[in-house]
Structures are given as C-alpha cells and as structure tokens.
Design a protein around this ligand. Structure first.
Ligand SMILES: [Zn+2]
Ligand SMILES: [Zn+2]
Length: 346
C-alpha cells in the first residue's frame, strides 16, 4: 500500500507526530481525496488539548479539507453496480470535506433535516481521519463541490469557520445589530457575509487587542472594542466565537430585550453564575452544533455572491503544531491553513 505523510495525534495533550503511514483505502461510497490544503480550526485544538472526549486514536486531525478526487471506492451496498453516486464527483474534481463526515440517515433528527444533531454522526478529524495528511477518504455524500474563484488556501476556512459560522449567523435570526465576540477565523468570514446582508457588526476582542480591533474594522465591522466594554448601542443578537464562558453574561448584558446570544463553539469554559435580570425580557442563550449539508450548500453559494475573502496564515503540514500553538495563544490574524501540497494555490 502506498505511504503518505501525515500528522498524527497519539493521545490528548501530546504534540502531533509527523509520520509516514499507509494511504487510506476508500470504502463503499467513499472518495479518496488528494489533499491540497487543510484549515486549522479551534475544534482541532480542543481535540488535541483533550477538551473533547471521544477522538479515535491514533488520529489524523483536520476537517476543513480541500483537495481533488483521486479515486472512488466501490459502490455503496444496495446502490447496485454502476448506480449513480449521490456526490457524483469526477476524478480530478476539487472538493471540500467538512466536519460532518456522516450521519445515520434514519433517526428522527436525520429525517427532519437536523443531521447536525444525529447521535450516530461521524466527524472528520475526530472519529475519522482528517486532512492533516496527503490523502483523506470521505463519504462522498457529505463532501461539497467548492466555488470557483477561491484559491485552495482561501477555500479551506470556508469549510468550518465559514460554514458553522453561517449556521450561527442564521440562529441570530434577522437581527440587524450583531455583536461578534472573538474576531478570528470564523468572525472575519461571517462579518463579510453579514455586511452583505445589510447588517451592522460590532466586534469584541480581548481587552487591549488593538490590532484585532483594527483587523475587524478593516473587514467591515461598524464598531470594534474590548469584550469588557458595552457596545455603543444595544445589540439585537450576539455570537460568541471565543471559548470563554464569561462572555455569555457579557453578551447578555449587551443585547436588548428579545435578543439572542449564540454560542458557536463546540467547547467553552464554565459559564459563571449571572443574575436572572440579564436573561429576563425574553433574551435567549443557545448553542450551535455542527452543520447540515444544507448549511454547506447555502453558505458556499452565498460566499462568492457576498465577495467573501478569507485572510489566511499558511503553515507547511509539518508545522501543524506551530499553527495550533499560534491559535491557542491568539497570535493569528484570520485563519491558519496547512499547505499539504506545495502546489496548492494560495
Ligand atoms: Zn441520525
Ligand atoms: Zn471546525
């Protein structure tokens, strides 16, 4: 079996280990993808840091995978020989592999179009090997064709930072004044989409992060300040991208009656106790979990229309640990992306 370069997680809190491992063999209904670039997401950091309890081990992380179809596995059982594959990707076609790698298709959630909540879902770079490697196998029904006009590196952060961020934006309803707490990979993409939708964006960064606030203004934020300041006017919704529980009461204080606070991350530190008065007035706190394929289709259609550009910081595959360390320390501007194939379009 041919070998490939990969970055491997052996256990929580261990640095990723570069290794040569066998290329994956695509199973029934899967495609083998030659990876060009893979985004680095805060969820990858939570997996590596042991905040999420159920990774397969050893694991190849990474769930914002951009690459080309190298080969297709055998037909899915029951699909029949030569049955059209639902993904229908051609060999050589550029596609994206997102966090939701599969769901059961039969539970109430899956039948209601809420596959993001399926109890038997399989997540890329968590329960299945992901894109911190030269090749990745994925269920083609859960992969996306990628819009033209996005070089490989810029396309990668659309696949989670953009896509799950888009789901969070949808959960903010039609709020016109939206606060973003944490202006990183996700917020910098969503700010552009939200501006296109005619909304006003209020960006909150760590106190004193003048560079982060300047970055937010450059990407269209109408106001930028520190997370411990009140916004200049009451917000109608807030999305919390940073994994810091203390931002929940801060955001509740910033939203007007009837406003929604959306927690967009998969993990957050404990939320401190807060007085009922800041929730009173039909304010809502909710989380957003994963993505549905419909979120992906909608967002990948919206991004080019809205002229969304992602700002990326590239790292070679072997420097994945540095990318994770920079994300952990808040040293990134925009999104970290691993360049897996040196020929990937920047
Ligand atoms: Zn299901
Ligand atoms: Zn992610």
């Amino acid at each position: 079996m041919p070998a490939m370069r990969a970055m491997i997680l052996d256990g929580p809190k261990k640095p990723l280990r570069p290794a040569d491992v066998p290329q994956p063999v695509p199973g029934p209904g899967e495609v083998l993808v030659r990876v060009r670039a893979c985004g680095v997401c805060r969820t990858d950091l939570h997996v590596v840091d042991g905040d999420l309890a159920e990774p397969k081990l050893p694991l190849i992380p990474g769930h914002q995978v951009v690459g080309t179809v190298e080969a297709a596995g055998p037909a899915r059982p029951g699909g029949g020989e030569g049955a059209p594959r639902r993904g229908g990707f051609a060999v050589g076609q550029r596609i994206g592999i997102p966090w939701l790698g599969g769901s059961c298709g039969g539970c109430d959630y899956c039948r209601e179009g809420r596959e993001n909540l399926c109890g038997h879902a399989r997540y890329t770079g968590y329960q299945a090997d992901g894109g911190f490697a030269e090749f990745c196998a994925a269920d083609e029904r859960f992969c996306f064709p990628l819009p033209e006009g996005y070089p490989d590196l810029q396309a990668a952060p659309l696949l989670c930072a953009g896509l799950i961020g888009y789901r969070a934006l949808r959960m903010a309803g039609d709020a016109q004044r939206i606060g973003f707490y944490g202006f990183g990979a996700s917020a910098h993409i969503l700010a552009q989409a939200a501006k296109y939708q005619g909304r006003k964006i209020y960006a909150f960064t760590r106190p004193g992060d003048a560079a982060g606030q300047e970055f937010a203004r450059r990407l269209g934020a109408d106001w930028a300040g520190s997370s411990d300041e009140p916004p200049p006017e009451p917000l109608q919704a807030a999305i919390i991208f940073a994994p810091a529980g203390e931002l929940v009461p801060a955001a509740l204080r910033a939203v007007a009656r009837g406003g929604t606070v959306v927690c967009a991350g998969i993990h957050m530190s404990d939320i401190p106790a807060f007085p009922y008065s800041i929730l009173w007035g039909e304010r809502v706190v909710r989380s957003v979990a994963n993505l549905t394929r419909q979120d992906g289709q909608e967002f990948l259609a919206l991004a080019p229309r809205a002229g969304v550009r992602s700002v990326v910081q590239p790292y070679p595959l072997e420097k994945a640990n540095e990318a994770l360390a920079d994300l952990r320390a808040g040293r990134l501007t925009g999104a970290a992306v691993l360049v897996v194939d040196p020929r990937a379009a920047q």
